[in-house]
Design a protein around this ligand. Sequence first.
Ligand code: 3PY
Length: 260
Amino acid sequence: FNTAIRTALKGPSVAWGFWLTLPSAAVAKTILHRSSASPADRFSWVLVDAEHGLISDTNYYELNNAVGSERASPIIRVPWGEEWMIKRALDAGAHGIMTPMCHSEADAARIVSYAKYPPLGTRGYGPMFATHSFPEVMPGSDHDDNANEGVMVVVQIESQSGVENVEKIAKVDGIDVLFIGPFDLAKQMGVQRGGPEHEAAIQRTLAAANAAGKKAAIFCTSGEDARVRAEQGFHMISVITDVAVIGDGMQKELATAKGT
Ligand code: 3PY
């Protein structure tokens, strides 16, 4: 499928996205609906976070459809790299899945296999709702013909072993994106976030993705942070979370109103 995220990743600019932690189609649509009409400036994907945050799999269908209807790609971060979790996310119309804590090439190969129909993988067949969030798929057309290439497989590099094996993980067929979780990475490595060992691990992951012809992505906490990562050459960047913007925006306006 020519999904919004695949199209954005083929283009010259960064594929910008944001993190959705609230189980609200209205929040997702409100953010996406305001973004620019120009494809290069729009958010092209939303990370629907079911590892942390408040979203669970009963929310997937509605959220996938809300994001898809705004010409962006919903990518569901499943709670863990389990076959049944990945299947439920894809059956509900995710354009891609992301799994936490990929430590090795064996982990990566297993995740790819769960996300692909046979003969490439072991994904079970139940696509009744899977295409509703893909505006480009004509009603009645056959989903499974295109799903193996269309659906995006994203694994998180956020542990010491993940970084040590990152070159091998990047080479696994079917892995599209290496996604750095900077917070977990610092905690799992036992180093300071932003310190030299942490930054070296981030740069090693970016280099491994580039060497393997794959994409590198990262979670950011502000536009400023995201700008720096764009300048470093990351292909796919989550700018900020829904709740950070709501909380900080409200506080800022209150402070302005009070003159403090
Ligand atoms: C991390 O930073 O650990 C993430 O996974 C993104 O929140």
